[in-house]
Design a protein around this ligand. Structure first.
Ligand SMILES: [Zn+2]
Length: 208
């Protein structure tokens, strides 16, 4: 088994429903602020927070880096954005997510103006930094060359990078959250020892 590079060039054409000029709904503004500022939730992929950006806690934090919220289960642009039918088959979404308070949220299947109560709710939003959200090619990880306290103090390589969910393949995006920082991302040589980190470092509630 040898390390190998896989290069992939895809061209994808996606039709977007016509939509009015984009405006943030009141539900979105409330959800976004609550998640990124009030709760200071970390970027799902790289772990940076609003407080890290404001405090500029590492030299890698590029000007313009911001906390964003990604429409995860249903993309805003495909829903009609309150102005039309969009392209979402809502009964499928509703069946997939019985834990969401469909009736209590204000969502009414027959009224597209109310779909924001799901689309822009914290349930459908994932906190990402702008790099892990929209970077079209790899940009420096905010902890490149630095220890990661949430990964047992292991040090990220100086060339660690991140790429946005709107551009990465799903497996590559997803495992940015999971990759081990003591080797360049995903480049684990044969025979590299498995990392042993006490679980409580990652999951404070764990009971053994
Ligand atoms: Zn990030």
């Amino acid at each position: 088994m040898t390390e190998h590079v896989m290069k992939q060039t895809d061209q994808v054409s996606t039709w977007y429903p016509p939509h009015p000029p984009r405006v943030e709904t009141d539900v979105y503004v409330r959800s976004h602020r609550s998640m990124t500022v009030d709760q200071n939730l970390p970027c799902w992929a790289c772990g940076i927070t609003h407080a890290d950006i404001i405090g500029k806690t590492t030299p890698n934090i590029a000007p313009g880096l911001a906390m964003e919220t990604h429409h995860f289960w249903a993309e805003d642009a495909f829903t009609g954005e309150g102005q039309g039918d969009g392209g979402i088959f809502w009964p499928r979404v509703m069946a997939d997510h019985p834990a969401f308070d469909w009736a209590g949220s204000g969502f009414v299947l027959a009224d597209p103006a109310t779909w924001k109560y799901f689309v822009d709710s914290p349930f459908n939003l994932q906190v990402l930094c702008s790099a892990c959200h929209r970077a079209a090619k790899s940009v420096p990880h905010w902890l490149a060359g630095l220890p990661d306290p949430k990964r047992g103090g292991l040090v990220w390589p100086v060339d660690a990078g991140v790429i946005g969910i709107h551009h990465a393949s799903y497996p590559e995006y997803r495992d940015q959250r999971h990759n081990r920082p003591d080797v360049p991302p995903f480049r684990v040589p044969a025979g590299q020892p498995v990392i042993v980190v006490p679980p409580h470092i990652l999951i404070p509630q764990v009971t053994l």
